[in-house]
Design a protein around this ligand. Structure first.
Ligand code: HSE
Length: 307
């Protein structure tokens, strides 16, 4: 009988510009690791050396496991060991990766054989702990890998394999982020938007999907344009406009905020351009007196059992 399982799940970037809460892309920059162990004593306990909540009700993985225990009437207690590698609060799907790994691991530990949509549904519950509301873009990417489209009501995830030559550079600024950053950055988005803005974003989002289907990084890159959320959030990222301008000048195909930020992501199809792009992004942040870490990465596969 299996009593213990370890799963790793990748970082991810959400939105890709116009696809707010709908698009996600798994990226191979970092992986969170979750180990679930069945315990005789009931309840969920969290063991971690990272600076994250250990109260299961306030922890993304804890919330997921508690919900799954209840839903599947499991009589064991469960210990969750969390090793966070994805920097938390920087727009790289850190909370989602732990939630995704927890749902994936629970499914395997109890041989539930849930499909991708069900797993994403459970993992999404974890996002409530950090974002204040449920959204599925990051967890879907982290579980399934590749590029994902979230269709809601009922929840259905469509996955498309990204172009083999798609590359990204993520600039992670060394900024102090608010504790509930995602909640704060969701709060600045306008409640009402004009029909013109909605048409522009819909058009760009549609072309991004076509770009992924045709495996065409140029089509994807030139449609990474968001006239709704990015303008409302960019004031939270000092130097954003310069970072974007510099990256585009250095050859990036498209540039936007990664998820809820403050990281900025640039897309490219040529590994040769990426060094130039990463330098250009660093200089952009430097103009606002901010240091940043740049990570050159590519799309990742989804969550998997660590052997
Ligand atoms: N779509 C979400 C947002 C992702 O932009 O708020 C947060 O990680």
């Amino acid at each position: 009988m299996v009593s213990k399982i370890t799963v790793v799940a990748p970082s991810s970037t959400a939105n890709l510009g116009p696809g707010f809460d709908v698009f996600g892309l798994a990226v191979n920059a970092f992986y969170d690791e979750i180990t679930l162990t069945k315990k005789k004593a009931k309840g969920v306990s969290i063991v971690t050396e990272d600076d994250i909540p250990t109260n299961p009700d306030k922890n993304t993985a804890g919330l997921v496991v508690k919900n799954m225990i209840k839903k599947f009437k499991i009589n064991d207690g469960i210990e969750i060991i969390i090793k966070k590698n994805i920097p938390a609060g920087y727009g790289m799907g850190s909370s989602a990766a732990s939630a995704a790994a927890a749902a994936f691991a629970f499914d395997k530990l109890y041989k539930l054989k849930l499909d991708g949509n069900a797993l994403v549904g459970f993992a999404g519950i974890g996002e409530k702990a950090s974002a204040g509301s449920i959204h599925y873009d990051n967890v879907a990417a982290s579980i399934l890998g590749g590029f994902v489209i979230v269709k809601t009501d009922p929840l259905e995830i469509i996955k498309i394999d990204p172009p083999a030559n798609l590359r990204m550079c993520i600039a992670v600024p060394k900024l102090k982020v608010p504790k509930k950053k995602t909640k704060v950055s969701r709060g600045v988005i306008p409640k009402k938007i004009s029909l013109t803005s909605s048409i522009t974003n819909l058009s760009n989002a549609t072309v991004i999907v076509v770009g992924f289907m045709k495996k065409d990084p140029d089509l994807i890159g030139k449609s990474i344009k968001d006239v709704i959320v990015e303008p409302a959030r960019k004031h939270m990222i000092p130097g954003f406009s310069k970072v974007k301008e510099n990256a585009l000048k250095a050859g990036a195909l498209g540039v936007t905020i990664s998820g809820a930020g403050p990281s900025v992501i640039a897309f490219s199809k040529s590994s040769g351009d990426l060094k130039k792009i990463s330098l250009a992004m660093s200089k952009g942040f430097k103009s606002a007196k901010i240091d940043c870490q740049t990570i050159i990465c590519k799309p990742s596969i989804g969550a998997k059992i660590k052997k």
